[in-house]
Write a protein that binds this ligand. Structure first.
Ligand code: KG4
Ligand code: ZN
Length: 345
């Protein structure tokens, strides 16, 4: 691990960009010392999606108790923290402000530097928390609720965008199709569960842009095709499961084809999947098998670090410890282009 002038640095990481409050401690010498998460899924489920104001208020309620419990479980005193990292963006502005404010307050009280982390950089680097960790360079398939991107990653902060969705993100397509199938929020995991009971092929859905020759994605037409199928046939339980399975297969086909296309184009031997959709077991299985055929190694974050979490923020912060700001300077960036990040020192 990276060390600062021969010594190790203990970083507290805080994630509050959407509907999960995550807190973690990462030590540049000893690795991840602890992490805790509170999911707001139950609270938002009643509304069928994330209610931003409720999310912000819940982050306020959770973030300090979670911080205390992570410190206690790791047997670490707050005074041992050498830097605080928080998710600066992209995300919900009010939710981001909670993490930013708490991180700034803690850093000021402890007299330590503070750093705003790009949420997607957190996802991108999260496979490095696993053992074995991928070596640079690698191709990263970033598949979250709001983003679907292929990146060529040469090092921390050295990111080249190879392709991205021109409309809906993969996670968004899962969530919207889940709704059409009568499943609640969060739709991705629910659709994946239903798909495991069905068989692809009974319904025929398109594989958008699979042969487009570029590395971009388009998922909005797939959601429309699901709507047409739902309206066009009697939706028995087995039909719903078969449609879910076909939808999942279509998304997995496109994601895996493009990810391996990106590896080919950049002559990469390693592919990494990160972000919430990376928790999808069919995606993991198909990518692993297609990649093995092509002699490419695939790396995933552990399941709990695919979806939003504090560990990836503490880790990304630790990788950028040298760039941390003194207490007093902070901002949030609800919209933030990943390619604008500077390389790490
Ligand atoms: O990375 P993430 O937790 O939050 C964002 O940064 O957006 O990703 C959330 C997305 C949601 O769209 C959710 O439905 C999807 O990831 N997701 C899944 C699965 N678990 C989460 N999609 C498909 N299969 C899953 N098992
Ligand atoms: Zn995320």
């Amino acid at each position: 691990m990276k060390e600062k002038m021969g010594s190790t640095t203990l970083v507290l990481g805080i994630e509050s960009s959407c509907d999960e409050t995550g807190v973690a401690l990462y030590d540049t010498g000893r690795g991840l010392l602890g992490h805790a998460l509170h999911s707001q899924v139950d609270m938002h489920a009643a509304y069928g999606g994330v209610v931003p104001e409720l999310a912000s208020r819940d982050h306020i309620r959770r973030v300090l108790p979670l911080t205390r419990s992570v410190l206690a479980a790791a047997d670490v005193s707050a005074r041992d923290i050498r830097a605080v990292a928080y998710t600066e963006g992209p995300g919900l502005a009010g939710a981001l402000l909670v993490g930013a404010g708490v991180a700034q307050g803690l850093a000021f009280a402890l007299g330590v530097p503070v750093l705003g982390v790009h949420h997607l950089e957190g996802h991108l680097l999260s496979p490095l928390l696993s053992d074995p960790a991928p070596a640079f360079p690698f191709v990263a398939l970033l598949v979250s609720g709001g983003h679907t991107q292929l990146m060529h990653v040469r090092g921390v902060g050295q990111y080249e965008l190879l392709g991205e969705t021109v409309d809906d993100a993969a996670g968004e397509a899962f969530d919207k199709s889940a709704k059409l199938l009568g499943l609640g929020y969060p739709g991705g995991p629910a659709l994946a569960r239903l798909a495991s009971l069905g068989t692809p092929g009974r319904f025929r859905l398109p594989r958008p842009k699979i042969s487009s020759g570029d590395l971009d994605f388009s998922f909005s037409g797939l959601k429309t095709a699901v709507l047409t199928a739902v309206r066009g046939s009697e939706m028995t339980d087995s039909a719903r499961a078969d449609l879910a399975a076909e939808f999942q297969e279509a998304v997995v086909d496109v994601l895996t084809t493009k990810a391996l296309g990106a590896a080919g184009r950049t002559h990469s031997r390693r592919v990494v999947i990160a972000g919430g959709v990376g928790a999808n077991s069919r995606l993991r299985e198909v990518l692993r098998s297609k990649a093995a055929d092509a002699g490419i190694e695939v790396f995933y974050p552990q399941l709990s670090f695919c979806t939003d979490n504090g560990a990836m923020i503490a880790f990304a912060g630790a990788m950028r410890v040298a760039a941390m700001n003194p207490p007093g300077a902070f901002s949030v960036q609800p919209r933030w282009d990943l390619e604008s990040l500077p390389p790490a020192a």
